[in-house]
Write a protein that binds this ligand. Structure first.
Ligand SMILES: *[C@@H]1O[C@H](CO)[C@@H](O)[C@H](O)[C@H]1NC(C)=O
Ligand SMILES: *[C@@H]1O[C@H](CO)[C@@H](O)[C@H](O)[C@H]1NC(C)=O
Ligand SMILES: *[C@@H]1O[C@H](CO)[C@@H](O)[C@H](O)[C@H]1NC(C)=O
Ligand SMILES: *[C@@H]1O[C@H](CO)[C@@H](O)[C@H](O)[C@H]1NC(C)=O
Ligand SMILES: *[C@@H]1O[C@H](CO)[C@@H](O)[C@H](O)[C@H]1NC(C)=O
Length: 250
C-alpha cells in the first residue's frame, strides 16, 4: 500500500469530521451516560513480546505479525455487566478473528474475546455504530486492516530480528504513514538490556479517524489497561534503542 493512502484515509477524514460538524452528536453523548468516553485505542500487540511476558503460558512459537489486542474506549471499563458475550454472534467473522485477533497464548480464543467484549466492548457499545458484538468486533478488524501496520513496517524495512531500532526512527516512520503518533509501549530492558517493543495504541475518534494520542501531561486520567496478558509490565518506550525481536531467546 502506498504510505500516503492511510494518511489520506484517516487524516483527510479527520479534518472533514472536524469541519463537517458533529457537535450535536457529541453533546448528546456526554453527561447522560455514567461511562462516557472520548476516543478509542486500537491496540496492536507484538506476540513475541507477549510471550516473553508470559513465559509459563507461552507454549508455541509466537506469531510474527502484529495482532489486535483490543479496541478500548478511554476512561471506561465494564460498562454493562448484564450484556453477556455470545460467541455465536461472531460466526461470520471467525476466519478474521482467528487470524488477526487471536489469543496469542491459548488455543481457545473464546475467553480472550469474552474478556475484551465485557471489559471494553460493552463501553464502546454506547455508540450506535458499535452497539452489538458483531459491530464492535468487525469495526476493530476493519480499522486494523485499514492501518495495515504489518505491511507498512515491512515496506519501510522495519523488520523483527536481531537488530534494534531507535524509537525515533519507528515513530517517524509511523508519522510519515499515518500523520499521527500512536502510543508505543515497551517491556523495560533488564540489567543493561535494551527495551523491547510490545504494543502500539492507535488513537481513534468516535468517527473512526486516526488522531494523535493526547499527551500524558495534559490528560490527568490514566489510559485504560488490560491485564489479560500481564501487560502491566509495559511502559511508554524511552527515546532510545528498541529491540524488535523475532525469537523468544537469542
Ligand atoms: C445492557 O445490556 C442489556 C442486555 O443486552 C441491554 O438490554 C441494556 O439495554 C444494556 N444497557 C445499556 C445501558 O446499554
Ligand atoms: C447468541 O447469538 C445467536 C446468533 O445471533 C442467537 O441465535 C442466540 O439466541 C444468542 N444466544 C443468547 C443466549 O442470546
Ligand atoms: C472454548 O471455550 C469455551 C468456553 O469454555 C467453550 O464453550 C468452547 O467450546 C471452547 N472451544 C473449543 C474450540 O474448545
Ligand atoms: C500529530 O503529531 C505530529 C507530531 O507532533 C504532527 O506532526 C502531526 O501533524 C499531528 N497530526 C495531527 C493529525 O494532528
Ligand atoms: C525508561 O528509563 C527510565 C529511567 O532510566 C526507566 O526507569 C524505565 O524503566 C525505562 N523504560 C523502559 C520502557 O525501558
Amino acid at each position: 500500500m502506498n504510505p500516503i493512502t492511510p494518511y489520506c484515509l484517516f487524516v483527510g477524514c479527520f479534518w472533514l469530521a472536524i469541519f463537517g460538524g458533529t457537535a450535536t452528536h457529541e453533546l448528546e453523548e456526554n453527561d447522560e451516560h455514567p461511562h462516557k468516553w472520548e476516543m478509542l485505542y486500537l491496540v496492536h500487540q507484538w506476540p513475541v513480546t507477549v510471550c516473553k511476558m508470559n513465559e509459563h503460558d507461552c507454549k508455541e512459537d509466537p506469531l510474527l505479525y502484529w495482532t489486535i489486542h483490543g479496541l478500548w474506549p478511554d476512561k471506561a471499563e465494564d460498562c454493562n455487566r448484564t450484556w453477556h458475550f455470545n460467541l455465536s454472534e461472531l460466526q461470520d467473522l471467525m476466519g478474521d478473528m482467528k487470524k488477526y485477533w487471536p489469543d496469542v497464548l491459548h488455543p481457545n480464543h473464546t475467553f480472550f474475546w469474552k474478556h475484551e467484549w465485557e471489559k471494553h466492548g460493552t463501553c464502546a457499545a454506547m455508540l450506535e455504530s458499535l452497539n452489538s458484538e458483531e459491530k464492535y468486533f468487525s469495526k476493530a478488524l476493519e480499522l486494523y486492516k485499514r492501518i495495515d501496520l504489518n505491511s507498512y513496517l515491512l515496506k519501510v524495512g522495519i523488520t523483527p530480528g536481531s537488530t534494534s531500532y531507535q524509537l525515533a526512527a519507528i515513530r517517524d516512520a509511523l508519522i510519515d504513514a499515518y500523520g499521527v503518533t500512536p502510543k508505543i509501549q515497551c517491556l523495560p530492558g533488564e540489567e543493561g538490556h535494551i527495551q523491547i517493543i510490545g504494543q502500539m495504541k492507535f488513537c481513534i475518534t468516535k468517527e473512526f479517524t486516526l488522531r494523535n494520542c493526547t499527551e500524558p501531561k495534559t490528560d490527568p486520567s490514566p489510559a485504560p489497561e488490560d491485564h489479560f496478558y500481564h501487560t502491566e509490565d509495559l511502559e511508554i518506550c524511552n527515546d532510545t534503542l528498541t529491540y524488535y525481536p523475532s525469537h523468544l531467546h537469542e
